[in-house]
Design a protein around this ligand. Sequence first.
Ligand code: SF4
Length: 450
Amino acid sequence: MPSVFIKTYGCQMNERDSEAVAAQLVAKGYSLAPTEAAADVVLLNTCSVRDLAEQKAINKMRNLVGTARKDRPGQILGYLGCMAQSRGKELIETLPDVDLVLGTQKFHRAAEYLDELLAGKREHIVDIGVEAKSEATIREHLLNGSAKTSVSAFVSIMQGCNQYCTFCIVPYTRGEERSRTIPDLLTECRELVARGVREITLLGQIVTSYGKRDIPSLEGKSAFVQLLDAIHGIDGLDRIRFTSPHPKGYGDDLVEAYARLPKLCESAHIPLQSGSDRLLKLMHRGYTRARFLDIVEKLRRSKPGIGITTDIIVGFPGETEEDFEQTLALCREVQFDNAYIFKYSPRRDTPAAAMPDQVPQSIREERNHRLLDLVNEIAARKYDGFIGRRVQILVEGPSKKNAARYTGRTRCNRIVLFDGSARHQGQLMDVIIERTGSFTLYGDPAVVGL
Ligand code: SF4
């Protein structure tokens, strides 16, 4: 049987899609190749969120065609995911050696199309159509004994987004919001727990909009909170997380869920994007800075010690120095545990790309540096605050950089390294934090077993 190598660009959703495709192919008898050079099939699962991510995948494919392919003439090459969806057959027109272009609603068709290509029945396949119920096809897991995947797993609960933020290409590449049913998700989560998973992260482009159109509110609880309640009831599951939410989704029912559901970890990644109301409006975000601050305040009251992280865009069209100062001021006020900062990257066919007053690259760079300095300074102070504290971690496995060390995560989603061994893997345990590194905490193994 053939072997496959999948390289993934972009977000956690893409990682999850790649895992599901790999698991579907393994179930059909494929093996997973250790490198692209050793594979019969190489698939690039692509990202379109920034131009740089698209260019990386295109350059990678050019390299595969130009060099690797000389050594393996029968190798099948394919693009999957967001860029495949948005560019379609144009990708084969520019690089005719590419065999397969598979859109975001077609991941589950990979095995059948690869069979046809490997058997020489078709020369090229491009499928980027819309497919009803495709959201329920991202469900197979590898859990191949690798430490990380067997303790903690990601579950795709919905696909698509209807928010249409003016800078974002996702609604065009992922389509309309489509949610899986609660019974279907419960079955998948129960199976994972039966296979040793102790922490589940619910995934989607806008998870807080889960089930909005199909599942009515019940006793003041949105569909998403009903799903959290249902998953919380699974015996043997210790931790629940989710990403990415939208600030609009933090109603009182979700805020209260943090206090009510002990398995729901006290960490929240709430994308802010800008601290200026004027820009939030131009971005079509649907909230104000006052509303954002209100959510943070309520969450901290509901769950003291909650870790709050965010995403921020600098250099959005029309962003003035005053707008940017408002973002800096909001960061000082909230004191985020961490923030992912993105320099605005125009995406074709999005409203923001055609807006006047595009901010020069040099100013985007400069604001990026200034914000990064502030965010890092706050984050370092917060990390230092952990020294001497006892925290619970879920041990994921050996550290990638140093196999003598084991790695785990706190409930507020910080990475902790400690001198551990295989017996700690998959355990929930307490450690005392001794020191900090760059976005890492170092725990004292002396408390293991206390
Ligand atoms: S909510 Fe998120 S995924 Fe949806 S359009 Fe806005 S940024 Fe994109």
